[in-house]
Design a protein around this ligand. Structure first.
Ligand code: ARG
Length: 578
């Protein structure tokens, strides 16, 4: 359902300004809750609606603000109308505020906020999100971890918004590493070890053969020969490659599951090996391919901002490159999914690659390129485990769980848990995700386990703790389900602050959808948890009269519901005990 408050305000303003209410809705924003508690709930910046957003002179702005203030009238929903510099402020009837929000959250559940007119006016469609995309037999580095959690968040958000989302993992499953693996497996490989721990074993073989190949030219030749056979479609080489790939995917899937991430499709560079040749033909036919003296093929790029004036798309021996396969993959995906948007999530070192990719697609005449975007993120320094560098995704998950388990064991407040490992894993992951999502994605940051795992302060542990505490409050005091409560009992300033904060959730979601940045939601949920913490201390449920207890319980339930949905969007599984 739409926000009845914005509607009521828009209806009023619409009458005075003679503008359709729909034009006004987006300009009516909830006032952010601050230490200095404000009694107004919404505000309207006058210059955003008068004169079509044109900047007014101070004098005109004052005059218009005054005019609006004089002509607007309070009603059953809007109790007070006042003005500030260049804006009109609105206070909602307190009982209506409490009743409406609590009921709305209870009715909408995880869709609360998404049903708001701010979001429902955004277009819906098909979206492909490509993320994680590790390289088989190579290490899974922190960049892949970031891509995984960010891509998962974007997919969750788009899905919640009502898009039809396809999640693709584009594996690095082709190229010289397979040549080396093919040549190296006979020497260093072991079928049992491969079955038991494919990612680890392939990586070991890869490292070993690499070391040897550095000194021995024959090995290099053997690797090239294996790759040549692979590219030529030799059944035996292909079967081996297929075997490595399938076992790796199986293990990736298991580890992604621990992380709560799934993919609709595991594609990969291998798949576009042949199709890349079709792309080269297309480029040639359209006169976009230029042969260089060295025998390579390049596409000239007129847009200068992409770092280079050309992109190499074919080697002198006729084989394709990373970008050629990406061209083929994009065209193929569009054919298959006919999507409105295609989102790629990788670290910022690939920014030029994607800008070049999009530019070539545009030169090829694909109008849908406008719907393609790269979401880049910064580098993370210092993520290590006690055993050393992070080699695999599982190392990070294990480390987060172990450290969290230790913290829980040494904490006096930890509850008796059915499955402490599971809880530690969920809380540890929340810590990782929040540390990563707190700032702008593009910023680099230094990873710090101790800081991430602090139980107080702005951490994922704190969010989980708040959620668990609210859950146990419900368990302890639950007097059966009842949305019918006395809203007059929710008038304490701590309760009002929470309600005001809840009014702003749709704006926060909207901002996140526009920018594809999780930080707005993270900071919103942290603030919500702080407000809930204060309210939990000052507004007891136990020991209050039935009416008051009932109303407060409803408020806490409401908070927990929004907290849980927000956490799930971020890829966190809320715990109910810790
Ligand atoms: N496998 C690549 C890497 O690890 C990332 C792939 C990104 N996606 C793409 N379509 N190029 O760097």
């Amino acid at each position: 359902m739409a926000c009845p408050f914005r509607r009521a305000i828009a209806a009023q303003v619409s009458r005075v300004l003679d503008l359709p209410p729909e034009k006004l809705i987006n300009s009516i924003t909830a006032v952010a809750v601050s230490k200095k508690r404000s009694s107004e709930d919404f505000q309207l910046f006058v210059d955003s609606v008068v004169e079509n957003g044109k900047r007014l002179s101070i004098h005109d702005l004052q005059a218009q603000t005054q005019r609006l203030l004089e002509q607007l009238k309070c009603d059953a929903v809007v109790n007070e109308i006042s003005s500030g510099p260049g804006k009109i402020k609105f206070k909602i009837n307190r009982e209506v505020l409490a009743k409406t929000i609590v009921q709305q959250v209870s009715k909408d559940g995880s869709e609360y906020g998404f049903k708001s007119e701010l979001l429902s006016s955004l277009p819906r469609g098909k979206i492909v999100v490509e993320f994680s995309s590790p390289n088989v037999a190579k290490r899974f580095h922190v960049g892949h971890l970031r891509s995984t959690i960010i891509g998962n968040f974007i997919s969750n958000l788009m899905k919640a918004l009502g898009h039809d989302v396809t999640r693709i993992n584009y594996l690095g499953d082709w190229g010289m590493q397979f040549g080396l693996l093919g040549a190296g497996f006979q020497q260093f490989g072991c079928e049992e070890k491969l079955k038991a721990n494919p990612l680890q074993h392939l990586f070991e073989v890869y490292v070993q053969i690499n070391n040897v190949a550095e000194k021995d030219e024959n090995i290099q030749k053997a690797a090239q020969e294996f790759l040549r056979q692979l590219e030529g479609g030799d059944p035996q080489s292909l079967a081996m490659w297929q075997h490595f790939r399938a076992l790796s995917i199986e293990e990736y899937t298991r580890v992604y599951k621990r992380l709560g991430v799934h993919f609709d499709e595991f594609s990969g560079e291998s798949f576009y090996q042949d199709k890349a040749q079709d792309i080269l033909k297309l480029l040639e036919n359209r006169g976009l391919l230029r042969k260089t003296e060295k025998g390579t093929g390049v596409v000239d790029l007129p847009e200068k901002r992409v770092g280079s004036s050309y992109a190499t798309v074919v080697r002198s021996d006729g084989t394709s490159l990373y970008i050629t396969r990406d061209l083929a993959a994009a065209v193929d995906r569009m054919d298959k999914y006919c999507c409105e948007r295609m989102i790629y999530v990788t670290d910022k070192s690939q920014e030029n690659h994607f800008q070049q990719l999009f530019q070539i697609l545009r030169l090829m005449g694909y109008k849908w390129t406008d719907g393609c975007c790269h979401v880049p993120f910064g580098l993370v320094q210092g993520m290590k485990t006690r055993r050393g560098d992070v080699l695999f995704l599982e190392d990070v998950l294990d480390e987060a769980r172990t450290r969290m388990l230790q913290n829980m064991t040494s904490s006096e407040t930890t509850k008796e848990l059915e499955d402490p490992y599971d809880t530690a894993e969920k809380v540890g992951l929340a810590a990782l995700i929040i540390q990563d999502f707190k700032g702008p994605l593009l910023s680099d940051y230094r990873f710090d386990w101790d800081r991430a795992l602090q139980s107080r302060g702005d951490t994922g542990v704190f969010l989980q703790y708040t959620h668990a505490r609210l859950h146990s409050l419900e368990e302890m005091c639950n007097s059966g389900r009842s949305d019918d409560f006395n809203a007059a009992c929710l008038q304490d300033p701590q309760a009002i602050s929470i309600l005001q904060h809840l009014l702003r959730y749709d704006e926060v979601l909207c901002k996140s959808c526009e920018d594809l940045q999780p930080k707005y939601i993270v900071n919103y949920l942290l603030a919500l948890s702080h407000l809930a913490g204060v309210a939990h201390k000052t507004l007891p449920v136990k020991g209050s009269t039935i009416d008051v207890a009932q109303a407060r319980l409803q408020l806490f339930k409401t908070v927990r519901s929004v907290l849980a949905s927000g956490m799930k969007l971020l890829g966190i599984k809320p715990v109910i005990k810790m």
